[in-house]
Design a binder for this molecule. Structure first.
Ligand code: ZN
Length: 397
């Protein structure tokens, strides 16, 4: 075959894929819908729409569902997206224990499994990922695997460049999962995945730009700019947890001193409180939190009043508020969604965080900033991984 024939074939295939994604997207968003309506909305001819629909019916991605009511002529057959045609495996590696989920193609959860904490670093963490995928795939037809992980991720080849939390450096996670299971796999940083979930499932794509601030074991931000995930040139956009905020601060797991994560987040809080237990809070019962690491165990103590516990929480909120104000000042993004386990501290944490952000920001910018807690908690990361698979494999969302 000549180069020119190759080129024509490639162009035909690209056009076919493009048309299929276009038609499927309209059925996904607007169905039940007729072939005639699809032709009108997509600008494709009726015969092209019919050919594409036939292919989608064969793949079971759509099905026919009744007919439309018309005043004259033959009623049109309606088409609907088949959310159960296959399932998506979605992994959240950012929570205290690794979590794995099965979702249908509308982002509805079917199953959830959890791994113990022993799987969470180095080679053991990789084995944990593989064992989660293995236990979830069973005999289902799987469209793809989506994974949200802490750390800097190269999204195109799915390599985790560095994750301090998981003790990973240059782990080719996408390749490892695909070689083992032969299922298309897509990887994203956990905060970036969470931002995508907020955009797709939370905001229904009604806004173009948003910041999602994830405050769990550590802190990170994900950004959607002009309706697209923003990765940055070295894929580390939003990695605010390792920005130095206190040159005289404690050493961070990453090796630097005084990173934001040394003063805010569940890990930092636990470390600070363990230290306080030995000195000023000797009589205070922090056993439940120190054993479980769940911040919800602190709320009762805060309700009873404990100034030094409040001080530790406020110090973290202030440091984070200053960094958030910088992000807002740099990007002027109007919607900020808050997520992560630190949210469970409620106003004890959120009030000083919001106040500090306002105090450190330009007043005319703050007038138009909407800061709110995400309603998708606690499934932001796994829903983001689902959205990633739908986007990459079917061109949806
Ligand atoms: Zn650090």
């Amino acid at each position: 075959m000549s180069n020119s024939d190759d080129f024509k074939k490639a162009t035909r295939e690209m056009t076919r894929d493009h048309n299929q994604r276009l038609v499927l997207k309209h059925i996904y968003n607007k169905g039940p819908i007729s072939r005639a309506q699809l032709a009108r909305l997509t600008g494709l001819t009726r015969s092209t729409v019919s050919t594409v629909v036939l292919r989608l019916l064969k793949k079971k991605l759509v099905h026919e569902t009744g007919t439309s009511r018309v005043s004259v002529g033959k009623p049109a057959t309606l088409l609907e997206f088949n959310a159960e045609s296959s399932l998506i495996i979605s992994l959240d590696l950012a929570s205290t224990a690794f979590k794995g989920y099965l979702y249908n193609l509308r982002g509805e959860m079917k199953e959830c499994v959890e791994l113990g904490t022993e799987h969470q670093r180095g080679q053991a963490a990789i084995q944990g990922v593989l064992s989660l995928v293995n236990s979830l795939k069973q005999n289902w037809k799987i469209l793809g695997v989506g994974i949200g992980t802490p750390g800097v991720v190269e999204p195109h080849n799915g390599t985790v460049i560095r994750s301090t939390d998981l003790g990973w450096e240059n782990v080719a996670l996408k390749r490892l999962v695909e070689e083992r299971f032969h299922i298309p796999t897509h990887i994203a940083n956990d905060s970036q995945a969470a931002a995508l979930a907020q955009y797709v499932f939370g905001c229904r794509k009604q806004i173009d730009n948003l910041i999602l601030l994830k405050m769990g074991r550590g802190v990170g931000a994900g950004m959607i700019i002009n309706g697209k995930m923003f990765f940055g040139d070295a894929f580390g956009a939003g990695e605010i947890g390792h920005v130095v905020v206190d040159e005289n601060g404690e050493q961070c797991e990453c090796g630097q001193w005084g990173c934001l994560e040394t003063v805010v987040g569940v890990k930092s809080l636990k470390r600070q409180l363990e230290k306080m237990c030995k000195t000023e809070m000797k009589d205070f019962n922090l056993k439940a939190f120190c054993q479980s690491g769940h911040v919800i165990d602190l709320v009762q103590l805060l309700d009873k009043g404990q100034p030094c516990l409040n001080r530790a929480i406020e110090k973290g909120a202030h440091a984070l508020g200053s960094v958030l104000a910088l992000l807002i000042g740099t990007l002027n993004i109007g919607y900020v969604f808050l997520a992560g386990e630190m949210i469970q501290l409620g106003d004890y944490f959120l009030d000083p965080l919001k106040q500090r952000t306002i105090d450190c920001s330009m007043p005319i910018l703050m007038d138009k900033i909407n800061i709110q807690v995400s309603k998708l908690i606690p499934n932001l990361v796994d829903l983001g991984a689902v959205a990633l698979v739908l986007q990459q494999e079917l061109g949806l969302v």
